[in-house]
Design a protein around this ligand. Sequence first.
Ligand code: BGC
Length: 466
Amino acid sequence: LPAVTKALAQWVFSHPYNIKRPEVTKYLQPFQLSPETLQEVSARLRKDLLRGLGKHSHHKAPVKMLPTFVRATPDGTEKGDFLALDLGGTNFRVLHVRVEEEAQKVQICAIPQEMMLGTGEQLFDHIATCLGDFLESHNLKGQTLPLGFTFSFPCEQLEIDKSILIRWTKGFNCSGVEGKDVVQLLKEAIHRRGDYHIGSVAMVNDTVGTMMSCGYKDQSCEIGMIIGTGTNACYMEEIKNVKRIEGKDGRMCINTEWGGFGDDGCLDDILTEFDVEVDKTSINPGVHIFEKMISGMYLGEIVRLVLVKMTKDKLLFKGQISEALGTPGRFETKFISEIEDGLENAKKILTELGLDWDLVDASVVRLVCDTISSRSAYLCAAALATLVNRIRNNRKLGHLKTTVGVDGTVYRKHPTFSSKLQKAVRLLAPQCDITFLVSEDGSGTGAAMVTAVAYFCASILIQWMV
Ligand code: BGC
């Protein structure tokens, strides 16, 4: 890095806590990635994007680079009345949307953990029940509305309404779904009930939905990024570079599935013993290694493992591990945001976890949270820098101005995550000027737009097939 950038990097990557227990640094150093390491991570991802796009290398590539058949971003004139299902984030949601009015009705349905690990038939029956209840309570049962299905797992998309699940991620592992067409499974479940009908179905990944919903507001949005329960991004690639697709002209949105980066061992040198443990005890060991260093499903558990180790080594809580701290999954990722947000929050959470803490303990815990969430932000920055640099090179531009549509609880809820990510990406992609646009989720217009996007994708595909 040049000298000025180095000074800037020192500022970006510095941490604000003054800890009076210097022994803790040795536990945290492995998480502190230098700007040079992040550049190296970015370079490795650059190679993996090419492997994923290649005709003969894609089937073995850890970063899948899945074509989505979306060939254009919205122009802001899309209209319509839709139903939408959203599976794969923090909540399962059913929505009714009128795009041009930005009006929507939303219902959130819990998916119990047994169901996430049960049979595919149970899961899709549950989804069909939630949709049926929603139609009933909103007097929509007689209508046949088109349905947008945001299904946030890696899928090989064959048509807009034919999408084969490659594998489950993020704590889902329902039997009999991998290798199957997810739209078909949904239609069969609705058919089994037989009390309502749906119109045409369009499937989208959440990254694509985010890119398109933000693209409705800002036409230069060409990247969609999620940092929530899982992490992933999509972007507009030149079709001539997507070797699995016939054709040379124009662009297509590629769902990178960057969560799988590192699945071939190429990130092993930066994994900590805690990452290895989180992977080993997950329901899908060996897969989605990058996602496991970054996303909300795993961050809390990484922090917990570090705290347990420090406590065992008598550096925290007078050496006493409470029952809660000793329980996998009990340290939630949302605690990280809360703890970093203020010392009072930290004290409250440590008390609730049954820990005998003092003030230095509380500040060490804040430093641990800061270190692990910062690593997540910087790794995302490295990956995003790879994408924007690629778009710039593709177009042979000296300077690229673009917009990234972003969603996900980690990005939205953490107090400093977004600013750290943005600063780091500016350093790692200095020739790119990036605007970040948060797609407002839940009751906001973003979720409504996901459905419009689905409709929009369908119309694009029809145009494309004709
Ligand atoms: C899935 C992606 C999804 C991401 C964010 C990952 O686990 O593989 O398809 O976009 O989570 O929800």
